[in-house]
Design a protein around this ligand. Structure first.
Ligand code: MG
Length: 157
């Protein structure tokens, strides 16, 4: 009998000039700023990775895809999701689903939610649901300093 295990992940990256915006597995060509990071800074993908890895008891994004590893410089968030799915499979577990929320003023998900959900689900190999919210102008996301994400995942051990 498989045992369900949940995990949580959060991530934040700073918005800076001169970087393309990659978030929720998509490029947002009209965005004036992008997310800073060793990788592409996709906080939605990174929060999902931590949620899945912790649910599976397989460490966290820092221990699996660390910034000290030059292979991951500029790496797309989708690559981390695919690698995470592989680690879970190798451990004999499976991913039930992942729910992830983007917290920030930009980008507006509504027009591309289905596209983002499809790309993220394909990469992690399980159903993904994606929501977006703002913080009513408060805090680092409200001031537009960055974008945050929080995710929960269900893994069947
Ligand atoms: Mg990150």
């Amino acid at each position: 009998m498989s045992v369900p295990r949940i995990g949580i992940g959060t991530d934040v990256h700073r918005l800076v000039e001169g970087r393309p915006l990659w978030v929720a597995g998509l490029h947002w060509p009209d965005a004036p700023r992008g997310l800073e990071g060793h990788s592409d800074g996709d906080c939605v993908a990174h929060a999902m990775v931590d949620a899945v890895l912790t649910a599976a008891g397989l460490g966290d994004i820092g221990s699996r895809f660390g910034t000290a590893d030059p292979r991951y410089a500029g790496a797309p968030g989708l690559e981390f999701l695919r690698g995470t799915a592989e680690l879970v499979r190798e451990s004999g577990q499976s991913i039930g689903n992942v729910s992830v929320q983007l917290i920030g003023n930009e980008p507006r998900l509504s027009g591309r939610r289905d596209e983002a959900t499809a790309v993220l689900s394909d990469a992690i190999g399980a159903p993904v649901s994606l929501s977006g919210t703002t913080t009513d102008g408060l805090g680092l996301t409200g001031r537009g300093e960055g974008i945050a994400a929080v995710a929960v995942a269900l893994v069947l051990a």
